[in-house]
Design a protein around this ligand. Structure first.
Ligand SMILES: NC(=O)c1ccc[n+]([C@@H]2O[C@H](COP(=O)([O-])OP(=O)(O)OC[C@H]3O[C@@H](n4cnc5c(N)ncnc54)[C@H](OP(=O)(O)O)[C@@H]3O)[C@@H](O)[C@H]2O)c1
Length: 328
């Protein structure tokens, strides 16, 4: 097969569409003929040598893909050759074929575009596991989503609104905020011009849940913006990893601080990818496949142009996901 190989680590130019060994499905795995792959910020870090794949995972980039099952490994019972699927993975999506544990698959109906489905597993699993499972999202709460125009943000807005929450978002341009409002966001904060702490406090006693991509840079202000008993869930470190934590500020609010990671979850068992995907399939997937929650795809590029896709995601131009088309 062909796959995106890395000539060392560095800028987008180190990526090369080249021959690679064919994967074989192990016990409990299926082999997917990949139709499209989602691009994630983690891939940009992996390409730069800043985010190694977990032990045992392929070194090929790509945390999600869509496609058709080509082969079943031993012990697979619930899937058939020819099934249309999308999958959450620890790597391997930037390729013509990938082997994936069966518990990480989601079914893609006949009338649902397989290209768009490639951009869903990572956002669905991240948003559900953090907003609902970890932070206990409930109707009537105020949720602050940083980076509302990101792949994660565009999905999180829709999930939070569907669960009956009020949604505040930050973004770096008024155009992105306008598009966040179209997806259901109600409090629009341009982080270049406005103070999110003030804006959120003007709405209520603070945000019940904050989904944060900025890490260190926003830690102190996120705690200021948190409502009593609120949950700050850090999923990204775009603003650095190290900051001083004022425990007093958290304590007086009975605040909760979480920092989570999807890729490092085991395939099966407690807190596994299979556990997250099973909840997504049961509770969220019906809303996705009936069109209530829509995939937001900024651009789909041919896999041979993966370098351009990485530049695009890094540019802040994208609203929603960037995906790579591997085959028609
Ligand atoms: N922990 C996990 O398991 C997990 C899983 C998936 C993703 N993530 C993380 O979630 C984040 C979003 O991922 P993605 O793939 O959806 O990324 P993405 O589409 O590349 O989006 C990155 C976003 O960061 C926003 N941003 C930049 N500076 C900001 C600031 N000062 N304040 C608020 N937002 C700012 C950008 O907003 P503008 O363009 O408007 O400036 C952009 O929307 C990333 O940090 C990623 O690493 C974590």
């Amino acid at each position: 097969m062909r796959a995106i190989e890395l000539d060392g680590v560095g800028g987008p130019e180190v990526m090369r569409w080249a021959q690679a060994p064919d994967p074989k499905p192990g016990h409990g795995e299926v082999l997917i003929d990949v139709v499209a792959a989602g691009v994630n910020r983690a891939d940009l870090l992996q390409r730069q040598g800043l985010y190694a794949p977990p032990p045992g995972a392929t070194t090929i980039m790509g945390l999600e893909c869509s496609g058709v099952i080509a082969e079943l490994g031993p012990g697979v019972r619930d899937w058939r050759v020819g099934d249309r699927v999308c999958a959450l993975m620890s790597g391997g999506g930037y390729a013509e074929r990938v082997a994936v544990p069966e518990g990480q698959l989601l079914p893609v109906p006949e009338d649902f575009d397989l290209g768009a489905a490639a951009g869903l597993p990572e956002v669905a699993a991240t948003v559900w596991s953090n907003l609902v499972t970890t932070a206990g999202l409930r109707a009537g709460q105020l949720v602050l989503i940083h980076g509302g125009g990101s792949g994660i943000g565009t999905h999180a807005i829709q999930v939070a609104r569907q669960r009956g929450a009020r949604v505040a978002v930050t973004a770096g341009s008024d155009e992105k905020l306008r598009r966040c409002a179209e997806l259901g966001a109600q409090v629009l904060i341009n982080y270049r011009e406005q103070d999110f702490v003030e804006m959120v406090r003007a709405e209520s006693s603070g945000a019940d849940i904050i989904l944060d991509n900025m890490g260190a840079a926003y830690l102190a202000r996120n705690i200021q913006a948190l409502a009593p008993h609120g949950h700050l869930v850090v999923i990204g470190m775009q603003g650095g990893t190290t900051a001083e934590l004022n425990l007093g500020a958290l304590l007086v609010k009975w605040g909760n601080l979480h920092a989570t990671n999807l890729r490092g979850r085991p395939a099966t068992g407690k807190h596994s990818k299979a556990e997250v995907i099973s909840e997504v399939r049961r509770q969220l997937w019906p809303l996705v496949t009936d069109g209530t929650i829509v995939p937001v795809i900024h651009a789909e590029l041919p896999i041979a142009e993966a370098a351009e896709a990485h530049r695009l995601l890094d540019s802040s131009e994208a609203f929603g996901k960037v995906t790579l088309r591997v085959r028609d």
